[in-house]
Design a protein. Structure first.
Length: 662
């Protein structure tokens, strides 16, 4: 009987024999399931080129509903068998958004054995791809024998067989018919078993994107890593049915070494995305991995190749797609569009926007002024950048609410930026939320404000910030049950957000549930003892309970954190000597001195005078606050501070003009 030539691939200290479907290392068999084996052999045969992911999916998963993560797991099994590393590949190179290529050592060897020519032709005449479990082959012996024979892939460059006596054509035809019949039966049995016993993994419906670490060693690039984090959160939040932890929830993990499983449990999410960013003038590298919060399994790992900075948008789209695939979430056409929606194609404008967000999130007056400047530069570069206009509106509004500028001076800017954002993109939830806030706090159009908040939540039901903002408006209207429900929903979406947890305490305060408010605010301060604004609401809650000692302590802690040490001793002394009234008289003197140097909101004077029992002065300053459209005037209806004024017709009329009368 004539000898038959077999091919063998020597891969360094590994060897692969296609006809035997065998992978060995130093002569010892290495287990590699059927599908990874097929993919490895195909990559070797196509080693002269990068094999696209879609080509592999179409070739080896054709006719089956699969996720791209199936291919990633398959390549992961190959790496494990070959002891290969993703970051330093010796055998399989991953080309981001392109595919895979075999780059390892390779020597083709031709072997001879006693197999007959008819057997060789049988094993090469038909190619049947049999689905089987990646961990364990489950076919019975007869099925397995047929499947292995039928599934042996043809070679990319067939080698000539040695001449031999061939059977007649009728024999070959009969043999082929029998083989096809058996192979078809094997395929049917295999697919039937697969359909009966295998199902796609259950989708994971919640994820947290932890702050990506800045690996440049330059704090000036912190804005970029934070911005990429924010962009990924924004993109994933657009997916229906997927809960994404808010920016406020994840920022507290920025400077800490984290355990994804522990963080996942704390944030109550099923998966955690973590990683790093390295950026220079021309390139960027984003390395991330998606981790199961249940058991720490790696669901997906990104490529770590440098990319041109101009490719940053495509890079973010790719990461978002892979995260969705890793979560086993299926997208329809609209979901895909929303996931990869771009608000600008101008990389320079995008970086200015990221710088603006970085400073806006600090919520300090000096930083917010910087933020507004960056947003102004971004829209100058790209006048169609709707998201930057919405952020610019928020920056202007924040300067007014923090008392940095008279509200009447910033209202035209706020309205213009919001209108432009909506003109450019009527589907932008952030713009509808900004419009709602403007309507409520500056125009006192509460009915339409509620409508706009509901529209924003239709567009982005996962936005903790919108739920929080809507809760505040419901609180101003005295609809406390609804307000508490909204703020609790925001807290579910962002359980460790300092701002949302503070807002819980604030709403409970206005609902006059003072003990609950104090408890909530103390929990917020347990999360961050330096969270300044929580002390202000804690002071108010203690005051309403008549616990002035605690109220003064809360205020002085706030003053110390705000960097006003000179006045602390004087105010403490005033309280010690003259009690509660003396404390407020001292605060009035200090506020008047401050007003000589910079703008002070009229509302602050009104709050001091009402505590000193001077109703006329309190009402006069409330009128000024209303004239300036100061946002704090929106609390007139519910703030217990004004209870002593409620019987005065001047106060009643003011409440009516602000649109808060029953």
């Amino acid at each position: 009987m004539a000898a038959v030539v077999h091919k063998k691939y020597a891969l360094g200290d590994f060897a692969l024999e296609p006809d035997k479907r065998l992978l060995t290392r130093a002569g010892t068999p290495v287990h590699l399931a059927h599908k990874p084996y097929q993919v490895l052999l195909y990559l070797i045969e196509q080693r002269e080129r990068i094999v696209p992911r879609q080509e592999l999916l179409g070739k080896f998963w054709e006719g089956h509903d699969v996720y791209e993560v199936a291919l990633s797991k398959c390549v992961g099994a190959i790496r494990k068998a070959l002891n290969d590393q993703l970051d330093q590949p010796r055998f399989i190179e991953t080309r981001w958004a392109e595919g895979y290529r075999y780059v390892g050592p390779l020597e083709e060897q031709l072997l001879e054995n006693g197999s007959s020519i008819i057997e060789i032709e049988k094993t090469r005449g038909v190619k049947i791809v049999v689905e089987e479990d990646d961990e364990q082959e489950t076919l019975h012996a007869p099925e397995k024998a047929i499947a292995v024979a039928a599934a042996s892939p043809p070679f990319a460059r067939p080698f000539p067989l040695k001449p031999a006596h061939r059977p007649g054509p009728l024999v070959l035809v009969a043999a082929c018919v029998v083989l096809v019949a058996f192979a078809t039966g094997a395929l049917f049995i295999s697919r039937h078993r697969s359909n009966a016993h295998e199902s796609p993994p259950a989708p994971l419906r919640s994820v947290a994107v932890l702050p990506l670490k800045n690996l440049t060693g330059d704090a000036a690039n912190e804005y970029f890593s934070d911005g990429i984090t924010d962009s990924l959160i924004t993109a994933l939040s657009k997916i229906d049915g997927l809960r994404v932890s808010s920016r406020g929830s994840v920022l507290r993990f920025k400077e800490t070494e984290t355990d994804p499983v522990a963080v996942g449990k704390q944030l109550k999410v099923a998966a955690v995305l973590e990683g790093s960013v390295r950026k220079d003038e021309e390139s960027v590298r984003v390395a991330v991995r998606l981790v199961s919060a249940e058991d720490g399994r790696i669901l997906w790992v990104s490529d770590t190749k440098d990319r041109a900075l101009q490719d940053i948008f495509a890079l973010q789209d790719e990461i978002a797609r892979h995260v969705v695939a890793g979560l086993s979430v299926q997208l329809n056409r609209e979901g895909e569009r929303r996931l990869t929606k771009r608000y600008t194609d101008n990389v320079a404008a995008y970086q200015l926007y990221l710088r603006g967000r970085y400073h806006l999130d600090k919520r300090r007056v000096a930083d917010i002024k910087k933020a507004s400047e960056y947003f102004e530069q971004a829209v100058a570069l790209d006048p169609h950048y709707a998201l930057a206009y919405a952020a610019l509106s928020d920056a202007y509004a924040s300067l007014g609410s923090l008392g940095a500028l008279p509200t009447r001076d910033i209202i035209p800017k706020v309205n213009a930026a919001t209108a432009r954002a909506l003109e450019l993109d009527g589907q932008l939830a952030e713009a509808h939320s900004s419009l709602a806030s403007n309507m409520a706090y500056y125009n006192w159009d509460w009915l339409n404000a509620e409508r706009e908040y509901k529209r924003a939540l239709e567009l982005d039901p996962n936005s903790a910030d919108v739920h929080q903002s809507f809760a505040s408006v419901l609180m101003c209207l005295g609809r406390f049950d609804e307000a508490i429900a909204e703020i609790k929903r925001a807290q579910e979406l962002a359980p460790v957000s300092l701002y949302i947890n503070r807002e819980v305490g604030q709403i409970l305060f206005f609902a006059r549930r003072y003990d609950e408010a104090i408890e909530s605010l103390q929990k917020t301060l347990d999360m961050d003892p330096n969270f300044v604004t929580a002390y202000g609401w804690l002071e108010l809650a203690y005051e309403q309970k008549g616990d002035y000692d605690q109220a003064v302590e809360a205020y002085l802690k706030q003053s110390a954190l705000e960097g006003d040490p000179k006045t602390i001793a004087a105010q403490r002394e005033a309280y010690t000597i003259s009690g509660w009234k003396g404390f407020w008289r001292k605060r009035l003197d200090l506020t008047k001195e401050r007003a000589k140097q910079k703008y002070v909101r009229p509302h602050l004077f009104a709050a001091i005078y009402v505590r000193l029992g001077d109703k006329d002065q309190a009402l006069a300053y409330l009128e000024k606050a209303a004239e300036e459209r100061e946002s704090l005037i929106s609390k007139l209806k519910v703030h217990p501070l004004w209870d002593s004024l409620r019987s005065d017709p001047r106060f009643t009329d003011l409440v009516r003009r602000v649109g808060l009368a029953p």
